[in-house]
Ligand binder design. Structure first.
Ligand code: ZN
Length: 593
């Protein structure tokens, strides 16, 4: 039962004042918040300074983060058909291999691909990058030219096939900044091996067309030079804390990144402004807030692959594991023209609280999607429930009519990750409406006696995925036991939740019991969230490549297509994963007896 305290929500909405957000946006419009830079530090100090001035309790951490800052690149056609030569504007993504002055030269090979259709497939690895069609691979030893953003899955796939350099053609006239490493946050001595090994550059669509024409006309040799600054750098990481009045150990983590490409107003100064206003409003209401709210601003998102939130996950793992009720990510809210809530991410268990909060706070019906393996969702392997990342967007219909292509922020505006992401991208009215949504959702999660998440919906989502895997495995490995486990677990959960609701309603003053019951709900989440969203161990960080639901069982989807000689190996892997999943589900059932 979700507690909707209308007078409290009304007070919170009435307390929103756009003065603080406006001042932050004005200040951030003067700061190029590249991680590890003076401007980023000034931004961190600005946030900390405002919180101190407002009297909101805060801690400023100063972690050393592993970053790769793209400086510049040079791309030239050394020798094309009929002796063609050209110099082509390009940008390297973070974590491309730096060549420095030593130019890499190689023969250009065009591998036709496609552009992402929307947010949901932004991180897909196009088939063009993985299929070799048998025989000698033409990619080996060549510089690949292909369409799309230089996402880690595709960059890695071409490296595996032996590409020596990579050129990505962006969908429009602009070159969008980005990052190509699959390593999530700081590398370990093992994962550092997965750092990209080739120089990678991105070019505009018109320039890409010129290169394609050359490659199609005949043998074309290109030269690439890349300069990036890679290494560890200290960054500020401010965290405000508004203590709850009833169950202060239990906390909701509300967070977003404050580093940016260029001055990054839509991505993510608007989010930083929202976080600051949330901290201010919630602090004013702290006597009526039952649980604690932590508000965190991350550095290292853009050039460290979420390095700030990963550092926090690593260094506050115990508290997150034990006490984190849920986390809410804020990226690119409040952008001009963003009137729709059509691609809002939430985990299945949070669907009801998100849909209701958005409807009540904005009068809009939101459409949800499964959170991508992206953004600062660095906590899935600890296991709190999560919701939101991008929130309001320019309506899809409108973007289609304009001919806009898919981007990963700025409310869908093509200014994303370019120098054009300036003050005009922000709209304070839209940001005000997004703030009402955030406040409504936070207050409901903070003040509902029993954590308001429907894990029955999560179990249904997991069961549906297992069903698909079962079908894909075609009886080769029997996943029926998992289906049965899930059926039993859902029944257990339904009973347990009813009993718990009744117990809390019967004795609302029994804080000890309420806390015990909520602790059980959090333990359940610590099993179900990693099961649904992670492939690796708890407290680790899976690579930044697309993961399907219940990724542990993905081997099932490979079985049918695997060459006959490979099938026994895939089957072996799947049997082991089935065992792990069953053990997790047994653990879950034990919590609910
Ligand atoms: Zn962002």
């Amino acid at each position: 039962m979700i507690r909707k305290d209308s007078p409290l929500e009304h007070s919170a909405h009435a307390a929103i004042d756009m003065a603080e957000p406006r001042a932050l946006l004005d200040r951030f419009a003067t700061l190029t918040r590249e991680s590890g830079s003076d401007d980023e530090r000034r931004a961190g100090e600005y946030i900390a300074g405002r919180l101190r001035a407002l009297g909101v309790p805060l801690t400023v951490h100063e972690p050393e983060l592993f970053l790769s800052i793209p400086e510049r690149s040079e791309l030239r056609v050394v020798d094309g058909p009929n002796g063609a030569q050209a110099s082509i504007r390009s940008r390297p993504p973070a974590f491309a291999r730096p060549t420095g002055a030593t130019e890499l030269t190689g023969e250009l090979l065009y591998v036709p691909s496609r552009y992402a259709g929307g947010t949901a497939d932004l991180f897909d690895t196009p088939l063009a990058a993985v299929s070799t069609g048998g025989g000698a691979d033409p990619v080996a030893g060549r510089v690949v030219l292909t369409e799309g953003y230089s996402m880690p899955g595709v960059v890695h796939a071409f490296e595996r096939r032996g590409a020596i350099g990579q050129i990505y053609i962006h969908p429009g006239a602009a070159i969008h900044e980005g990052i190509c490493t699959p390593i999530w946050g700081a590398p370990t001595h093992e994962s550092i091996q997965r750092k990209p090994r080739t120089p990678v550059v991105c070019v505009s669509h018109p320039d890409g067309d010129r290169l394609i024409a050359l490659a199609n006309a005949g043998r074309t040799t290109v030269g690439i030079r890349t300069w990036l600054k890679e290494g560890w750098a200290p960054c500020l990481l401010p965290v405000a804390e508004i203590r709850g009045a009833e169950d202060p150990d239990e906390f909701i983590l509300v967070h977003g990144h404050y580093d940016s490409w260029y001055v990054g107003i839509g991505d993510n100064a608007t989010g930083d402004a929202a976080l600051l206003e949330l901290a201010r409003v919630l602090d004013g209401l702290r006597d009526r807030l039952k649980r604690t709210v932590r508000v965190a601003w991350w550095p290292g998102h853009s050039t460290g692959r979420y390095a700030g939130s990963v550092w926090y996950a690593d260094h506050f793992a115990d508290e997150l594991d034990e006490w984190c009720v849920a986390h809410l990510n804020i990226d690119s809210p409040g952008c001009t023209g963003a009137t729709a809530y059509e691609e809002v991410m939430w985990m299945a268990e949070a669907a009801e609280v998100c849909i209701d909060s958005i409807a009540d706070a904005s009068g809009t019906f939101a459409k949800g999607m499964r959170p991508l393996r992206a953004g600062d969702y660095s906590f899935n392997q600890i296991g709190p429930t999560a919701f939101y990342m991008l929130l309001s967007n320019i309506p899809q219909e409108e973007r289609k009519a304009r001919g806009d292509y898919a981007v990963g922020g700025c409310g869908g505006s093509p200014t994303w990750h370019t120098p054009d992401d300036g003050p005009a991208v922000a709209d304070l009215d839209v940001l005000g409406r997004d703030l009402r949504i955030y406040l409504t959702t936070i207050l409901r999660v903070a003040n509902t006696p029993l954590h308001p998440f429907d894990y029955g919906a999560t179990m249904a989502e997991i069961a549906a995925a297992v069903g698909r895997y079962q079908e894909a495995a075609g009886g080769d490995v029997d996943l029926d036991p998992i289906v049965e486990d899930l059926r039993a677990l859902r029944a257990d959960w339904g009973r347990w939740r009813n009993d718990a609701e009744r117990a809390v309603a019967d004795a609302p003053g029994d804080a000890a019991r309420r806390r015990r019951l909520n602790a059980t709900i959090r333990r359940l989440a610590r099993i179900l969230v990693p099961l649904n969203y992670a492939r690796g161990e708890r407290f680790d960080h899976d690579p930044a490549v697309k993961l399907p639901a219940v990724p542990r069982l993905e081997a099932a989807a490979l079985l049918a297509g695997a060459p006959a000689a490979m099938r026994p190996f895939v089957r072996t892997a799947l049997v082991r994963e089935r065992n792990k999943v069953r053990a997790m589900l047994r653990e879950a059932r034990r919590l609910l007896v």
